[in-house]
Design a protein around this ligand. Structure first.
Ligand SMILES: [Zn+2]
Length: 319
């Protein structure tokens, strides 16, 4: 009888869902997510620790349980005799108030600013900054994506910024909001190479200089003879196509933005605009030394990484 009742209810729900607009369905999805029981940080990271249990000091697999600190299990290594817990030597180790990480990771998945995240978690700006960069450190190591099929690549520029540095090198004047630089300061721009395939895999690199050699050295390893490379007219891409013998679609003419209805660079250009808008407007510029962190974060939020994945990545990051 219960099964019958459930089936009846399910039919009703399905019918209602099908009659909804996509926006209404998203709201329902959100309500379901919110109502799901949250797992604790420990429940999240303990299985990861258990999957490859070892002493974080000497990597020996022989250790024993060694009491608890609060609710956290401690261990002692038979080899180096040091004690540790499941967070020792991970980016999460030096962060206190771990009951708030979950909330903080959610703020990151929503791409909130430092100040907004600090307000949501009721922590100070300094802590917000420290946490963000601990989490981001893990993200920037995840640049091992592979690209396949149609690959769009383009380079773009961001103003060089030392935002947050107290002593600016060469007495350079602080650049307001990391925004537009004058033409005289062209050397103060940073070049970023972004490549995306049609399955939304994304690879980004902050280049040391805007040169053919730099573009080749970062992009070429991702290109095979099976790739179809879509780019603008820059010669670096032509050389990559020649060396790898892949098909190359050059989108040069402003009139001809799409070739054969599928070959274009609109995905990569859209992502670049999105990234620049996020950094320049929302974040009011970021320090150049952190750009690769932000690119990694951007990539992860594009693929809708949730807060648990952010926490798990931060935990598993190897120094
Ligand atoms: Zn050890």
């Amino acid at each position: 009888m219960k099964t019958e009742l459930f089936r009846c209810q399910l039919n009703h729900i399905t019918k209602t869902l099908l009659a909804m607009t996509p926006a209404q369905r998203l709201t329902v999805q959100h309500v379901i997510q919110v109502s799901q029981p949250e797992i604790t940080i420990n429940e999240l990271i303990q299985p990861i620790f258990n999957s490859s249990p070892q002493c974080p000091h000497c990597h020996c697999a022989h250790f024993t349980k060694w009491g608890k600190a609060g609710s956290v299990q401690r261990y002692k290594c038979f080899s180096c005799h040091k004690t540790f817990n499941n967070k020792t030597k991970t980016p999460l180790a030096k962060l206190h108030r771990c009951e708030l990480w979950d909330k903080y990771a959610e703020c990151m998945s929503l791409k909130l600013t430092l100040r907004e995240a600090a307000a949501v978690c009721n922590i100070n700006l300094k802590t917000s900054f420290l946490w963000r960069h601990r989490f981001l450190m893990a993200q920037s190591e995840h640049n091992h994506e592979k690209l396949s099929g149609i690959i769009e690549a383009d380079e773009f520029f961001m103003a060089y910024s030392e935002k947050g540095s107290k002593q600016l090198k060469n007495n350079r004047k602080a650049n307001k909001r990391g925004g537009q630089m004058s033409k005289k300061h062209n050397e103060s721009k940073v070049t970023i190479l972004l490549s995306i395939d049609r399955s939304e895999h994304m690879v980004s690199h902050v280049l040391a200089a805007n040169t053919k050699a730099e573009i080749k050295s970062y992009l070429q390893p991702y290109i095979t003879t099976e790739s179809v490379l879509c780019t603008d007219g820059a010669h670096a891409y032509e050389e990559i196509a020649n060396v790898t013998q892949c098909e190359h679609k050059r989108l040069i003419s402003t009139k001809n933005r799409v070739i054969d209805k599928v070959y274009h660079i609109q995905t990569v250009n859209g992502a670049i605009a999105h990234f620049k808008g996020w950094i320049d407007v929302k974040m009011r510029g970021v320090a150049t030394k952190y750009l690769s962190h932000y690119l990694a974060w951007f990539k992860e939020t594009r693929t809708k990484l949730d807060k648990q994945q952010i926490l798990a990545a931060a935990y598993q990051y190897q120094h």
